[in-house]
Design a protein around this ligand. Structure first.
Ligand SMILES: NC(=O)c1ccc[n+]([C@@H]2O[C@H](COP(=O)([O-])OP(=O)(O)OC[C@H]3O[C@@H](n4cnc5c(N)ncnc54)[C@H](O)[C@@H]3O)[C@@H](O)[C@H]2O)c1
Ligand SMILES: O=C(O)C[C@H](O)C(=O)O
Length: 312
């Protein structure tokens, strides 16, 4: 029996790096899809040629069609335009909704058991579009954002305290935008609450920098957005699924009453295993944290209503 197949759609910055990171795991066959002729084929060949040096023998195929994607266990969707300096993620809505709609239709028709991980922005609205067009159960449609936003918070805290990044645990909930909800109360360094280790002012600064983390990198790169940490976060989700890890990760999924939120896709802690989003885990929130999550969910609702009008 061959290795499980993971498809990555979009062979740009995030997609190409995701395919590379997946190949380096040496556990999967990887299919890389893009509309631009030659790019997925060239990147796939390049990744395969790194194998003898890096010690992996993953099969990586680049293609402009979907035949090779048949039977995918997981598909990571990164196809779509990134923002430029001065833009919000929401401005990508109309263009990327069309792309995600067509990509999801192509994927699901050939891989009915697939688990989708959306990366394309605006993230929560793209999960909503994928849900609408795919007809897949909500457990098999996840959005990647919380793992990235939490990783940023963890990296900023690690730098401020001069501790290893992996020692820091953090949880960022809500939509992947200006209203995201970093939770300092659930942030620890080797089990110690972060509030015991730094001043409130320093922590407030880190919360703000986390919220602005994507824009900070867009401002520096000028021609696109972050991709090293986003691809690492997407692959972390793939691994949690494929290895049936049952880890709790912040992911964008449909809430149906959890956290008092009804019929809205938003970032919440989710137990991830081989069936996908196996359970939304309800952390106890203060009134203030819950209110912030409500504000964020409402912002997502507005965007989803807009995308429904655009793609009706
Ligand atoms: N969720 C997150 O946290 C997060 C993080 C980083 C980037 N993103 C988003 O991911 C998306 C991709 O970012 P990037 O930096 O890789 O952009 P990029 O421009 O480098 O790559 C996008 C790729 O998608 C391809 N594409 C466009 N339409 C397609 C279609 N119909 N089928 C297949 N491929 C298609 C393009 O040809 C391009 O190669 C953007 O929307 C960006 O905002 C989200
Ligand atoms: O900021 C962006 O537009 C890309 C991504 O959502 C990120 O947070 O890096």
């Amino acid at each position: 029996m061959g290795r499980p197949k993971i498809t990555v759609v979009g062979a740009g910055n995030v997609g190409g790096t995701t395919a590379q990171r997946l190949a380096e795991k040496d556990r999967y066959d990887v299919v890389l899809v893009d509309i631009v002729e030659g790019v997925p084929q060239g990147k796939a060949l390049d990744i395969v040629q790194a194998g003898p040096v890096c010690g992996y023998s993953s099969r990586v195929v680049g293609t402009n069609g979907y035949e090779e994607t048949a039977g995918s266990a997981v598909a990571v969707i990164t196809s779509g335009i990134p923002r430029k300096p001065g833009m919000s993620r929401d401005e990508l809505l109309a263009t990327n909704a069309k792309i995600v709609k067509s990509v999801v239709t192509e994927l699901v028709s050939r891989s009915p058991d697939v688990i989708l991980i959306l990366v394309t922005n605006p993230l929560d609205a793209m999960v909503h579009v994928a849900r609408r067009v795919s007809g897949l159960p909500k457990s098999r449609i996840l959005g990647m954002a919380g793992v990235l936003d939490s990783a940023r918070m963890r990296a900023f805290i690690a730098a401020a305290l001069d501790v290893p990044g992996p020692d820091v645990q953090a949880m960022v909930l809500g939509g992947h935008g200006d209203t995201m909800v970093p939770l300092p109360r659930y942030t620890t360094v080797k089990g110690r609450p972060v509030s015991e280790l730094m001043s409130k002012d320093t922590l407030d600064g880190i919360v703000k920098r986390t919220r602005d983390g994507g824009a900070e990198i867009v401002g520096l790169l000028k021609t696109g957005s972050a991709f090293y940490a986003p691809s690492a976060a997407a692959v972390d989700m793939v691994e949690a699924i494929m290895r049936d890890e049952k880890r709790v990760l912040p992911c964008a999924v449909l809430c149906e009453g959890e956290y008092g939120l009804k019929d809205v896709v938003v970032g919440v802690p989710v137990k991830i295993g081989r069936s996908g989003a196996e359970q939304i885990v309800e952390y106890e929130l203060t009134a203030e944290e819950r209110a912030a999550l409500d504000v964020s969910a409402n912002a997502v609702r507005e965007l989803c209503a807009a995308v429904d009008r655009l793609t009706a």
